[in-house]
Design a protein around this ligand. Sequence first.
Ligand code: SF4
Ligand code: MG
Length: 336
Amino acid sequence: GDAFLSVRDLKVHFSTEGGVVKAVDGLSFDLARGKTLGIVGESGSGKSVTNLAVLGLHDRRKTAIDGSITLDGQELTDASEKQLEKLRGKKMAMIFQDALTALSPYYTVGRQIAEPFMKHNGASKKDARMRAIDLLQKVGIPHPQKRVDDYPHQFSGGMRQRAMIAMALSCNPDLLIADEPTTALDVTVQAQILDLLKDLQQEFGSAIIMITHDLGVVGNMADDIMVMYAGRAVERGTVREVLKSPQHPYTWGLLSSMPNLTSDVDEPLMPIPGSPPSLLNPPSGCAFHPRCGFTDLVSGERCSGERPTLPGGRAAACHLTGDQRQQVFIEKIQPR
Ligand code: SF4
Ligand code: MG
């Protein structure tokens, strides 16, 4: 196909003292060049772990990886640390939730933006500095010629996030992975940063993976959405499909948990009861069954006894029939 990033039956298992944690357990997805995939789920659903595995940033001593990750045709799961280091920054880069974890307090912002450009493109110090100024300008830092010599602590939180985006874009990566990039910011700055990412994507043509627990964030940003639960994908489709006609009870819960923009009440309308399961000892059958309000509609003990599969394309992994989902959605979910 035309997939630039292709993940097939990925398993990321950690060994811990308590046993094996199946953080990602059989995940497949594709991402085309220049497109944005939103990966949505609660913390512990495996979305961050998946992307650390793509970048090769997992702890190799404690992690067993199975399946396949190809980037532009190159298999990454068996790539050496040296090969991965070459790809990171140049072909793929990461934007973290907290800029302070990515930026060193000891070096100027400009130097940190310039460094990957020098390392991967063999640019001179002078050219790299100019690149840093140019990028600071692109991400909307005022007076970049002056601010390029500032240290991270001299920047506000929103500016640091912009600087980190500049750093990630330093070598014009084909794949940008953004892990909750706006969670730590206030709502206005959040919207600005998302707009900025969209603009930069137009200009740089990067594919983006946007990891978030907030369906609202991907609505304006992504082309496709993959909803993850307990280390697996439970639903996928275009943004429109998933947001307008969600098919999986967990997605219904996520949508209903969003603050309702049209109501004065600030409380979530239908929060998902309970909490995400332990991946040391995940629930049998459908991992969502202990929290699902619709198991009664499925005959026998199927929900707890048989794991639903996720077919390719637009799909949800759930034993409810298409008609049942349609009916529940129309009667219980949509009226909100
Ligand atoms: Fe709920 Fe059963 Fe569907 Fe899982 S398979 S989401 S438990 S109805
Ligand atoms: Mg995370």
